[in-house]
Design a binder for this molecule. Structure first.
Ligand SMILES: Cc1cc2nc3c(=O)[nH]c(=O)nc-3n(C[C@H](O)[C@H](O)[C@H](O)COP(=O)(O)O)c2cc1C
Length: 393
């Protein structure tokens, strides 16, 4: 069962809004549970006040930290605490999916002009917004989250209400749908849908989904959330702050690299880590396009071990896959990185090999320059229908 714990001053809004139709059925079947905690019940004030004037002056009242904190403590769950706030990350289907995997979720609904910052710092794990507009309180956003998360929980939707192939699946809008009659006001149903050829229908639908998305919501193709985020927002970052990268961060990056696919699973990569500032400076002089290395926190030189019998012919592909994994993981961790090419140029490879004392059978593919980013680049949407060819070129 998934428990939604809602910290609110108005439980009746939540119960009134959600106890109907599909969600009511899910509650009755004990698939989900909605548990409202009235923050006012935890006020220590004799008049049960929960708000006060903001320090430093300004309009409106703020919700005080104490009643919220005590209400939160009463739940006794170590789980995500989501504060519904226009300052949060915009909610979307991917986030709904992620949250549908949780057993307990605490939703904190603010009111008045907001809540004491210290409660956000103390207990909130995620701030989520349902759009760029202001509402009178967090209850309606909390209901939006509960509705969209709950319907993704197994058995909440019945068979006929299945959520496959609908808008936002795979970041694509849905394809157009038609039902009887075949001709309406002179408008016909696309012939392919009447063909009975399920393979062709599937392909047609996928193509229509792409077209729909490109035309109506191109922003979805550079989705700002989740796994796709790590891919779309990865850009080559060449300016870094003078800040270090920890051993733990480095280990995660290397784990990402070693999780790459490799031909015959040979995993014939080797990684040389360069952290010494003088060494980084030296490396930066070996190639005019590698100058940013002198300001990076570290460099990972990705090399292929060609001594192995199986898969060694593919060392470039294997190491490229590892490099790309590291770049994506670096971005995911808020680090900035850029791929610096070395192979297949013999002369460039020799300079690096000499510098790192690489044995003959270890070939440098490239260098990943990594640091705490000191520049921001917009996500790039390179999606192009012209690059896609169906069946034959
Ligand atoms: C094989 C390869 C070699 C590259 N070599 C360099 C390089 O030597 N110096 C550099 O600044 N960027 C280098 N890059 C980064 C590309 O310039 C960059 O990926 C491309 O311009 C696209 O920009 P983006 O990564 O921000 O999307 C290289 C990228 C690849 C894949």
């Amino acid at each position: 069962m998934t428990n939604f714990h809602v910290l609110t001053l108005f439980p009746e809004i939540i119960y009134g809004g959600l106890n109907h139709s599909i969600l009511k059925r899910a509650i009755d079947k004990n698939i989900i549970n909605i548990n409202c905690i009235n923050i006012r019940d935890f006020s220590n004030d004799k008049n049960k006040r929960v708000d006060d004037y903001p320090y430093g002056g300004g309009y409106g009242m703020l919700m005080q930290a104490q009643p919220i904190y005590d209400a939160y403590k009463s739940i006794k769950k170590n789980c995500r605490v989501i504060y519904l706030s226009p300052q949060g990350k915009i909610f979307n289907q991917k986030t709904a999916y992620k949250l549908s995997m949780e057993n307990d979720i605490i939703l904190l609904c603010g009111h008045y002009e907001g809540i004491d910052q210290r409660i956000i710092d103390e207990i909130v794990t995620d701030e989520i917004s349902v759009g760029d507009y202001i509402l009178t309180g967090g209850e309606i956003p909390a209901m939006i989250l509960i509705d969209s998360i709950a319907r993704l929980i197994p058995n909440v939707l019945g068979k006929t209400e299945s959520f496959c192939n609908e808008s936002f699946e795979n970041n694509l809008l849905e394809y157009p749908q038609y039902t009887r009659p075949e001709i309406f006001n002179g408008r016909t149903v696309p012939e392919i849908l009447l063909s009975g050829n399920h393979n062709e229908i599937k392909k047609w639908r996928l193509k229509q989904s792409f077209i729909n998305t490109v035309v109506k919501r191109p922003d979805l193709l550079k989705m700002e959330d989740d796994k796709m985020n790590a891919i779309f927002t990865r850009r080559s970052i060449r300016k870094y702050k003078n800040e270090p990268i920890s051993d733990e961060q480095l280990e995660i990056l290397l784990k990402a690299g070693m999780s790459a696919p490799s031909a015959m699973n040979s995993q014939n990569w080797e990684f040389v880590i360069v952290r010494d500032k003088n060494h980084l400076s030296k490396l930066s002089t070996l190639n005019p396009y590698h100058q940013m290395l002198k300001d990076s926190a570290l460099a990972i030189v990705v090399c292929g071990n060609t001594s192995k019998i199986l898969g060694d012919e593919y060392w470039i592909q294997n190491c490229s896959a590892a490099t790309q994994n590291i770049l994506i993981q670096a971005n995911e961790m808020g680090l900035g990185a850029v791929w610096l090419g070395v192979a297949p140029y013999e002369e460039k490879m020799k300079k690096i090999s000499d510098n790192l004392n690489l044995p003959d059978y270890v070939k440098p593919l490239g260098i990943i320059s990594i640091g705490v980013p000191d520049e921001f680049k917009q996500p790039q949407n390179n999606f192009s229908l012209e690059k896609i060819h169906y069946e034959k070129f």
